[in-house]
Design a protein around this ligand. Structure first.
Ligand SMILES: Nc1nc2c(ncn2[C@@H]2O[C@H](COP(=O)(O)OP(=O)(O)O)[C@@H](O)[C@H]2O)c(=O)[nH]1
Ligand SMILES: [Ca+2]
Length: 407
């Protein structure tokens, strides 16, 4: 029995946890690394396959480290070291008998997209060497920067798989909204013929997986992730005099003076005493960055969307949802909380001085950016059926399929 504790770990967390009665030959594993702009994460999945049916995910182990790879822009070896720590988790949790058949892949997103090409490649090369020295299966192109279109498609696959919409009738699929640190994605399966015509050509992507064919609307907006948006609001993006300046915004507590590190750079920032702070002036600042920058499709107002990542985290910080439960909210709930938090900074911003700015940005992104109604409902979920809502599962499925078609 490969699942019994035989690997010298005190409290083995051997995958798959719920699988003791299933034929072992139907079980296999996959390791997907998400090198995001704010952190690196490992997703270790176990899958079950019965006959010719599409594989089912059985369980997941998830670990993460901060900061992300892009913070090691001038020290790639140290960056790869953070990946090694996470890879050790895979060694502790996947039975050693399965190591050589378990693929390991890392996909980087917006943090590395924003780095100079050579610096990004140096980081990726260091990680690739680490993988090649590991006992796992290393496919071609095991380490890469993923393009934003795939990020949206693969997250859509994950959520629709987990919510049971993938192998049924297409009419009921759900859309997804992912808000990262450096980029943000919107993806849905258009039902209105008009959407396919009205959308910019490169926002429509065809995709095949496990013999199903999907024509999705998807786009990744680089620079519209929550953390990079903060820099944009502060006027600190591409600023030359970062060391000598303090960047200010009416979205911050007026008397605040602080420092903030993002992607390896230290920024001095603070509030403004001379102008009225609060939601209205903050919203006005932020709208300038968003208006007319994003494509709007009427259909989204009538569709169900799942929102996760920073949508989820900030809704938790604002007390709109429970950290474990998530739940259904309306777009206007973000605005109501933003107004409240921006009104009384001292009372409301207990964790982060950025909460007013972040909630106001999310409100503006949803309403002025994508064109959602105040009353549009959003499903906030961090996990569905105990699996993380992230593009990583979709990427693992895609990987399995591509390994089989080349085998
Ligand atoms: N639900 C969920 N959120 C995640 C996962 N991994 C990262 N996130 C969230 O993603 C956000 C950070 O975005 P990140 O991936 O670093 O930036 P990006 O490169 O712009 O996509 C934070 O809100 C994280 O909590 C995950 O596996 N599940
Ligand atoms: Ca991400």
């Amino acid at each position: 029995d490969v699942y019994s504790p035989q690997y010298g770990i005190e409290n083995p967390d051997i995958l798959p946890s719920r699988l003791t009665s299933v034929n072992v030959s139907n079980v296999f594993y996959g390791i997907m690394f998400d090198a995001g702009s704010t952190g690196t994460r490992i997703h270790i999945y176990s899958f079950i396959q019965k006959g010719l049916e599409p594989p089912q995910v059985d369980s997941e182990i998830f670990e993460s480290v901060k900061p992300g790879l892009s913070a090691y822009v001038d020290d790639p070896e140290q960056g790869a070291e953070t990946v090694r720590e996470l890879l050790d988790v895979a060694k502790q949790t996947i039975p050693s008998t399965h190591w050589h058949t378990t693929p390991v892949v890392l996909k980087a997103t917006a943090g590395l997209r924003l780095l100079p090409e050579q610096k990004a490649q140096a980081l990726l090369l260091e990680v690739q060497e680490l993988f090649e020295d590991s006992p796992f299966l290393v496919p071609d192109e095991c380490v890469s920067i993923m393009n934003g279109t795939y990020e949206g498609i693969l997250a859509w696959i994950t959520i629709n798989f987990l919510t049971g919409h993938l192998y049924g009738a297409n009419e009921n699929t759900v859309g997804i909204l992912d808000l990262g640190g450096a980029s943000t994605q919107i993806t849905f399966l258009p039902q209105a013929e008009g959407t396919l015509h009205a959308a910019p050509k490169d926002y429509i992507s065809s995709f095949e997986m496990f013999n199903n064919f999907y024509k999705l609307y998807t786009h990744s907006y680089l620079g519209f992730g929550l953390k990079v948006a903060r820099l944009a609001v502060l006027g600190a993006l591409d600023a030359k005099d970062v060391d000598s300046r303090r960047f200010t915004s009416s979205c911050l507590p007026p008397s605040l003076k602080a420092e903030w590190k993002f992607s390896g750079i230290n920024y001095k920032f603070g509030g403004i005493k001379e102008v009225p702070s609060g939601f209205q002036s903050c919203y006005t600042e932020i709208i300038k960055l968003i208006q007319k920058k994003l494509d709007q499709q009427d259909e989204i107002k009538r569709r169900t969307f799942y929102a996760f990542s920073y949508y989820y985290d900030r809704a938790v910080d604002a007390g709109i949802i429970d950290v474990e439960e998530g739940g259904v909210i309306r777009v206007k709930d973000f605005e109501t909380k933003a107004i409240e938090v921006c009104k009384d900074f001292n009372k409301a911003t207990k964790g982060s001085p950025f909460l007013c700015m972040d909630l106001t940005y999310i409100t503006a992104l949803l309403k002025e950016g994508f064109g959602f109604y105040d009353n549009t409902e959003l499903q906030l979920a961090k996990k569905v059926n105990n699996i993380e809502t992230s593009w990583a599962l979709g990427a693992a499925f895609h990987l399995i399929q591509s390994l089989r078609s080349t085998a």
